[in-house]
Design a protein around this ligand. Structure first.
Ligand code: DON
Length: 303
């Protein structure tokens, strides 16, 4: 398999979608992102890394961080977490309030914002600093010691995060948070505002292609737990566009409103594509197009 050629082909096929869609502006610090930027990286389980375009340029990872926080909590056991958050697709926008009230403060899945707040809350209890735990995990797995939270983005999220605050307060009223709302929100913003490149994220996501094994050979998750994370990514990782993403790309994947998408080819590789223009569900149009082209040309989907 010539991965470098496949990435060039994917970039070529995605070119018409670059600049399409809308850059996220509900977090003002993200509105300045360059809509013409595009990068894609692939890391293999045998240790090779390939990239095209802006694959080494850091961007705001946003909801992609939710993959890592979930895995870090599940490493401590999932039984308790899965009582507090479900694992069904929501069929609603990632920041929707309506379903949460109807379902008694138990978020549908760990990737919508309400669910990620519960996961962050749990990680905060387990580690004492959820944001730093996610940051240090990314640093280690990517081999990027300077990788860090963009304080400007975290601040911008915090001052405009009325919906997240509403979700968190509602869950607190249902006794579904262990830590104070302000602590949970601050830790959640610290993880979402991490800056990393396609290269960093492909390397950091590789443990899910290695069935739970980390870069140093130690195990974070059992093979069965890694399967469950991948399954949840497939069904819930791109929100109410998860059906369309499965149809086009056919891989477990997680998007972020910074325009990145991390995708896993179990047993083989992790990929990250990035371009800031988003569709109405909050997924990067060019990143979806590039991943669609990659699996179409390579045959490397889970189907
Ligand atoms: O809380 C928020 O709205 C953002 N920090 C993360 C949202 C996000 O990335 C959704 N993904 N497509």
């Amino acid at each position: 398999m010539n991965y470098q050629d496949l990435l060039y082909t994917a970039m070529r096929d995605a070119r018409p979608a670059i600049g399409q869609g809308r850059v996220a502006d509900y977090i003002p610090a993200l509105a300045a992102a360059d809509p013409q930027a595009f990068g894609m990286a692939l890391a293999t389980v045998s240790g090779e890394v390939y990239g095209v375009g802006d694959w080494e340029r850091p961007f705001s990872i946003q909801s992609i961080s939710k993959v890592f926080s979930l895995a870090l909590v599940l490493a401590h056991g999932g039984d308790y977490l899965w009582k507090r958050v479900g694992r069904e697709p929501s069929g609603n926008p990632f920041n929707s309030l309506i379903q949460l009230e109807a379902e008694g403060g138990i978020p549908r899945n760990p990737f919508i914002n309400a669910g990620a707040l519960v996961v962050t809350d749990r990680l905060q209890t387990l580690t004492g600093d959820a944001g730093i735990t996610v940051r240090d995990f990314l640093r280690r797995e990517a081999g990027s010691p300077a990788l860090d939270t963009d304080r400007n983005v975290a601040f911008s999220e915090a001052v405009n995060g009325h919906r997240n605050a509403a979700l968190a307060h509602f869950m607190a009223s249902c006794d579904n948070l262990e830590n104070p709302v302000d602590t949970v929100l601050a830790q959640y913003y610290a993880q979402c505002a991490l800056s990393a490149s396609c290269r960093d994220l492909a390397l950091a996501g590789l443990f899910l292609a290695r069935h739970g094994v980390l870069a140093d050979g130690s195990r974070l998750l059992s093979g069965s737990e890694a399967k469950k994370v991948n399954a949840t990514l497939l069904t819930c990782g791109t929100y109410d566009a998860a059906g369309e993403f499965a149809y086009r790309v056919g891989l477990p994947g997680k998007s972020g409103v910074g325009g990145g998408i991390l995708a896993i080819v179990p047993g083989r590789a992790a990929l990250c594509a990035w371009s800031p223009g988003l569709d109405s569900a909050g997924n990067s149009m060019a990143a979806v197009a590039a991943l669609d082209a990659f699996t179409t040309h390579s045959g490397l989907s889970v189907f």
